[in-house]
Design a protein around this ligand. Sequence first.
Ligand SMILES: [Zn+2]
Ligand SMILES: [Zn+2]
Ligand SMILES: [Zn+2]
Length: 275
Amino acid sequence: MEIKYLGTAAAEGWPGLFCSCDHCRRARLAGGASIRTRSQAIVDESLLIDFPPDTYLHVLQQGLDLTRVTHCLITHDHSDHLYAGDFAMRSGAFAHRQTQEELTVFATLPACEKIWPVLSKHNDSEGPTVCCQIRPFEPFAAGRYQVVPLKADHAQESEPVIYLISREGRTLLYGNDTGWFPQETWQYLKEEGHLLNLVSLDCTALQLDWRRGHMGLAACAEVRQKLIEMRLADDQTHFVINHFSHNGGLIHDELVPVAAELGFSVAYDGLTVPV
Ligand SMILES: [Zn+2]
Ligand SMILES: [Zn+2]
Ligand SMILES: [Zn+2]
């Protein structure tokens, strides 16, 4: 497998949509990897994770080919992860598609409740977009992938999940948005005993020591250590931090050496990592 990061910012983007703080100013000046759009990733160019308002930008700038996407996992219904209205653009005169493959979207109930009304108004009878409700700790197949949604520590009314994604004996954990994992999630990971080949963690707060709702560098380092101690990760496991807010202070080039000290790579828009 491989994962490509399409968007790596928290909700406001970096630079923030309405922000003129020093960290956003420095990101604008630095450009390149310091410019971050809202969260989205894709596995093997076919399994999409999240559907933010910047999806269209990713189509334009990151070579995202949505005509190849057959399955989409939604982590939760926050606006930086789900812009449900754009699912309409896959139907009728909005899209002339070469194949009649379905697009299956998996989401917990609050996100389903935003997607279903769009699909009931705008959908095709052939190759429709289908939205399936999922629940934490109930595994499902998404095409060639085995997927397990795990509970996240984040706005609970959103019923947020993070995802274990496996294919052909390789497993990745896509872990945002979340604070320190809930006990049930640690328990599931322990009982399943998956060796994780790639772990992607929420590091929204960077230098700020956040542990609930989102994490910073210190909490991410502790999650990494705990996974190693539980033998769920080893020295071959690739750890990546992702989903950054300007409030955390470090633009990309400042962050890379700090993260490397802690054993992490830093996601940026366009980064591809083998799993
Ligand atoms: Zn987010
Ligand atoms: Zn800012
Ligand atoms: Zn969120």
